[in-house]
Design a protein around this ligand. Structure first.
Ligand code: FUB
Length: 463
């Protein structure tokens, strides 16, 4: 069993993750991320006992190969992006709930997305243990084989009781999706220089109030490199504080342009679109304009969210966006401006949001999401046309829920062609499986295939 060690007390094998992070006032100043993905946590001073949940409470129990499937499942967690901070971690149980502290006990609960829950469910690797994000002087520690959040005392006994070894999971994943662990939505999957890049919304926030974007890259759509936070509304965007939604990245002029939606502190009606630029697809990106690219209310009707850029074979790029009303406009060659007089409305019947355009064999495809992202009926439909601005012929729904395997609300997608081939993939989000909803979504990728006449075959979403 490959083991990495979270503890400073007993170092059994390869990867030592201790003393790697310093907390100052509750925020991570220096972080060495734990490997994301499924894992089990073994007590260092009680080898053979693992963190598990039972009746929602976290405790340490013996787990062996002969143990029941339920026990192994209860003793398996997925290490994910910290719900309160990307510098720290959250631990998602197999039932979709998160390890969190309440009344100083460790337990599992469903993510409400509010700031208190997210902070209670975020832990930072510090000095060989897991410190609470919101109570940084307290660490996860076992006492009488129950897990508590206790104030750190610098004794050998406390250090031992708060040291856990990250091991291979007792209940390994059996599904290919989600492609990156944790809560990520609105995935923009694209390819640059023969490598896939994935830019999602960071999810798990009540009201989708997240503030930052991460980027991931892969050569095979299976193994992903986490490039960390590539744009954060807090420090990086003066005109947007929240609602960091639906990034989309395009390459031009030897650079990479990240289009995004952002809300000001004034509330829901103030969504605007921005554009940030980087010399690398892995970021970091900086706000290219210092002001919105599309201002709230600049084009009356609908919300200014969900930007997407399509670049045609002639090098001309087009910006698409909107919720309620779909809009499109040719971008100027600088990729950060356009002629407002050229903006046109292209709203298809059934449209809600998440426009996506691509081209195959000379045919243009306009795709979008229907219904509300909180509905299990959120889904993807499309039309085809002779040019990037249409006119468009509706072709129907291509991706929708698949209740027999627990897939609800698949949508806000993107499409990528495997470089140099006619193999296509669709990336989309869905309610996280199991037990989640339209603010706890996860990113999946599945093949997308075509009929001989160019129409898209119904996508079979897979768990
Ligand atoms: O993720 C926030 C919003 O939810 C997106 O902008 C919409 O497309 C919907 O997915």
């Amino acid at each position: 069993m490959l083991r990495s060690v979270l503890a400073g007390v007993v170092l059994s094998t390869s990867l030592v993750l201790s003393t790697s992070l310093v907390l100052i006032g509750g925020s991570a100043a220096r972080a060495a991320p734990l490997p994301a993905g499924a894992a089990s946590l073994e007590a260092v001073n009680y080898p053979g006992r693992y963190v598990r949940h039972q009746d929602s409470l976290a405790r340490l129990d013996p787990v062996t190969a002969a143990g029941s499937a339920q026990l192994k499942s209860d003793a398996t967690f997925t290490v994910v992006n910290g719900l309160a901070s990307p510098a720290c971690h959250s631990f998602q149980a197999r039932n979709g709930q998160f390890l969190r502290h309440r009344d100083w006990r460790l337990r599992i609960d469903a993510n409400t997305g509010d700031a208190t829950f997210r902070a209670d469910a975020t832990f930072c690797a510090v000095d060989g243990a897991l410190a609470s994000y919101n109570y940084p002087d307290r660490r996860i520690r076992h006492r009488d084989f129950a897990l508590w959040l206790d104030t750190f005392v610098d004794t050998a006994a406390f250090r031992a009781d708060s040291s856990f070894r990250i091991t291979a999971p007792w209940a390994p994943r059996t599904t290919r999706n989600p492609v990156v662990p944790g809560l990520f939505a609105d995935p923009h999957l694209t390819a640059f220089n023969g490598r896939y890049y994935l830019y999602p919304t960071t999810d798990g926030y009540a009201g989708w109030s997240g503030t930052y974007y991460k980027a991931f890259s892969s050569t095979d759509l299976i193994t992903w490199t986490d490039h960390g936070v590539v744009l954060d509304h807090g420090p990086d965007v003066s005109w947007a504080d929240n609602s960091a939604w639906a990034p989309a990245v395009a390459a031009a002029n030897g650079r990479y342009y990240l289009y995004f939606s952002g809300g000001a502190a004034t509330g829901d009606t103030a969504k605007q679109l921005g554009v940030a630029v980087s010399d690398s697809p892995a970021g970091p990106f900086r706000d290219a304009l210092g002001v919105p690219l599309v201002r709230s209310g600049q084009f009356p009707g609908g919300q200014a969210i969900d930007p997407m850029v399509f670049t045609d074979d002639d090098g001309r790029s087009y910006l698409y966006w909107g919720q309620g009303v779909a809009r499109a406009v040719p971008l100027n060659a600088d990729m950060v401006s356009f002629d407002p007089a050229q903006v046109r409305t292209i709203t298809p019947a059934g449209f809600n949001e998440a426009t996506f355009v691509f081209k195959r064999n000379g045919l243009y495809y306009l795709m979008w999401s229907e219904n509300d992202t909180r509905s299990e009926d959120y889904r993807v439909a499309y039309a085809t046309g002779p040019g990037p601005l249409g006119p468009w012929t509706p072709r129907g729904v291509v991706l929708q829920k698949r209740l027999d395997v627990g897939i609800k609300g698949p949508g806000h997608h993107s499409v990528v062609r495997a470089p140099g081939t006619d193999t296509w993939y669709i990336a989309y989000h869905r309610f996280a499986i199991p037990a989640d909803n339209g603010t706890n979504r996860e990113t999946a990728i599945d093949p997308m295939t075509f009929n001989a006449d160019g129409t898209i075959r119904p996508v079979v979403p897979t768990p």
